[in-house]
Design a binder for this molecule. Structure first.
Ligand code: AMP
Length: 215
């Protein structure tokens, strides 16, 4: 089983790439951000606890996210050809948790893929990002617009903008990334597992570069 961690600043394209790769290769896409948003939408206890952090661009406590991921892995169909962790781990503590879970289940990490792009491009991308309420597909009114405004190309669902995709919150999220998550680059580099993908281009080109980096 292939196991990939998608690392990189918010808005760098991890979700778009994970969505495409998981579709093309039948991989399981585990996005902690998506799970938290779903929990918040369903107004569960977890969702209520997470909302304040998500809306202000801060990280949800490690314990909460670690439990969530463990649960996802317990429910996983063991015949899947691969798993992509998108937006997890985001702290060294979370990375250690994943190491423990992997070693308990005799799973090896195939690679941690670091996506990189210019910060101002990231801010531009995020303020123009729209998501499908039904299927989660990601669009961008500047770089990858839907065929019809506010309507999903894939399923016809309604598109919406995330509450944390406002410029001030985006800047806070970037700061949190630099402080809490960027140390993971060295964490995986030291283990010889880091691959880098420049994702400042067009989605098709970024995807080709990703496939190249995974070879
Ligand atoms: P994302 O969709 O990955 O951009 O995540 C959106 C928000 O969910 C983040 O800004 C955090 O508030 C929260 N979140 C997602 N993943 C994690 C994680 N691994 N650890 C802590 N908080 C997370």
């Amino acid at each position: 089983m292939k196991t990939y961690i998608f690392l990189g600043a918010p808005g760098v394209g991890k979700g778009t790439m994970a969505e495409k790769l998981s579709k093309d290769y039948d991989y399981r896409h585990i996005s902690t951000g998506d799970i938290l948003r779903r929990e918040t939408r369903n107004n569960t206890e977890l969702g209520q606890e997470a909302k304040q952090y998500v809306d202000s661009g801060q990280l949800v406590p490690d314990r909460v996210v670690a439990d969530m991921v463990s649960q996802e892995l317990e429910n996983l169909d063991s015949s899947v050809p691969g798993i992509i962790f998108d937006g997890f781990p985001r702290t060294v503590e979370q990375a250690r948790h994943l190491d423990r879970v992997f070693s308990e289940n005799q799973i090896q990490l195939t690679a941690a893929v670091l996506f990189e792009a210019d910060e101002e491009l990231i801010v531009k991308r995020l303020t123009a990002r729209w998501l499908c309420r039904e299927c989660g597909a990601i669009f961008n009114t500047l770089f990858n617009p839907p065929k019809e405004p506010a309507k999903c190309d894939s399923c016809g669902g309604e598109l919406y903008q995330r509450s944390d995709d406002q410029e001030a919150t985006i800047r806070d999220r970037l700061q949190v990334y630099r402080k809490e998550t960027a140390p993971l680059i060295d964490y995986y580099k030291q283990r010889g597992l880091l691959r880098r993908v420049f994702s400042g281009g067009q989605p098709q080109k970024n995807y080709r570069d990703l496939l190249e980096a995974l070879k």
